[in-house]
Design a protein around this ligand. Structure first.
Ligand code: SAM
Length: 316
């Protein structure tokens, strides 16, 4: 089968948003080549076991490449992609240069070409994310391994916003909780939470492709086999309180989630949000405080912020 490759040259801060735009336009797979990721690898900050010398890599900006099957008429979706990328500046994200290029590729070249860029990555002290085709074994006591097929949904589990969410989970999870994973993408946070001892998880995503991808990844990780993944717009129509709501989504999308999370959390329950670009932090914190949440912690990595908040108990 013939595929069309659509590439957007952008900045590190716009990686997540551009990936979402390309996926929402019907991409079957998205590849992220971000110079900033390699800068971290070089510093060895997260203990990665990747030998940088063996990987061809970017030194500036980020190139997001999406693959569209023949069933998607790419000339028709290109103007919308270009327009949405340009409009990111209205949301405080710099998409520059935002150049969009296309190329026809055959099945074989894209199906395997991107695999060589994915390797096991220690994302926290206790969690390693590995692509499903690598036979990675834990090297340290207490290390859990999340196996992901990163081809379809956001993402590889190693984006700063995902790392912030995992760190936040490690800070609040004590075991036995119930949880909603809003915007589950690849399902990575649900799998991580199961390893930490969260008991009952329902994972939601607006995008059916993401839900399918999450289901595949949940099946790859026996610890998460009982996680339920379903399509849903945020927590619309959900009225069953849980102990934890986690959401790694852009700030604009977190804002309407705030009242829904409040309604769906037990007293003392935690609301963990990530995907917030630094400039938007104040707005997200203000919305959560106005709702009544107590802010416990702000986490940061590069230009991204994560918020740990909780719904007060009666005696608070
Ligand atoms: C940045 S990804 C996060 C994926 C994963 N949770 C992680 O941390 O790596 C955001 C996800 O939110 C989903 N999403 C966006 N808007 C949504 C909405 N209104 N309701 C549910 N999911 C949504 C996207 O489809 C995407 O999979």
């Amino acid at each position: 089968m013939e595929w069309t490759e659509v590439s957007v040259l952008t900045t590190n801060e716009a990686v997540e948003a551009v990936s979402n735009i390309l996926q929402e336009a019907g991409a079957s797979g998205v590849k992220i080549d971000d110079a900033a990721d390699y800068a971290n690898l070089k510093a060895g900050k997260f203990g990665e076991i990747v030998d940088l010398k063996t990987i061809p890599h970017r030194t500036t900006g980020a190139l997001i490449t999406a693959y569209y099957p023949e069933t998607v008429f790419v000339p028709e979706i290109l103007p919308t992609i270009k327009q949405r990328v340009n409009e990111l500046s209205q949301f405080g994200l710099d998409p520059q240069p935002g150049t969009v290029t296309t190329k026809a590729v055959d099945d074989v070249s894209w199906a395997t070409a991107w695999q060589k860029y994915y390797h096991p990555v220690r994302v926290t002290r206790y969690l390693t994310v590995t692509p499903s085709w690598e036979n990675y074994q834990p090297v340290q006591a207490g290390e859990s391994v999340i196996r992901l097929d990163p081809g379809m949904a956001f993402g590889t589990g190693t984006h700063p916003t995902t790392r912030l969410s995992m760190t936040a989970l490690e800070m609040v999870v004590r075991g036995g909780e119930s949880m909603y994973d809003v915007g589950t993408g690849s399902g990575v946070l649900s799998i991580a939470a199961k390893y930490m001892g969260v008991k009952d998880i329902t994972a939601f995503d607006l995008d059916e492709v993401a839900v399918r991808s999450a289901k595949t990844n949940l099946d790859l990780n026996p610890v998460a086999k009982d996680v339920v993944a379903k399509p849903n717009d945020l927590l619309k129509g959900i009225h069953q309180p849980v102990n934890l709501v986690v959401a790694n989504i852009l700030a604009e999308i977190i804002l309407p989630l705030v009242p829904q999370a409040w309604e769906n959390l037990t007293d003392g329950g935690y609301f963990l949000t990530s995907g917030i670009i630094a400039d938007k932090l104040d707005e997200v914190v203000a919305a959560q405080e106005k709702q009544g949440f107590i802010i416990d912690n702000i986490l940061q990595m590069k230009d991204w912020r994560g918020v740990i908040a909780h719904k007060p108990t009666e005696d608070e």
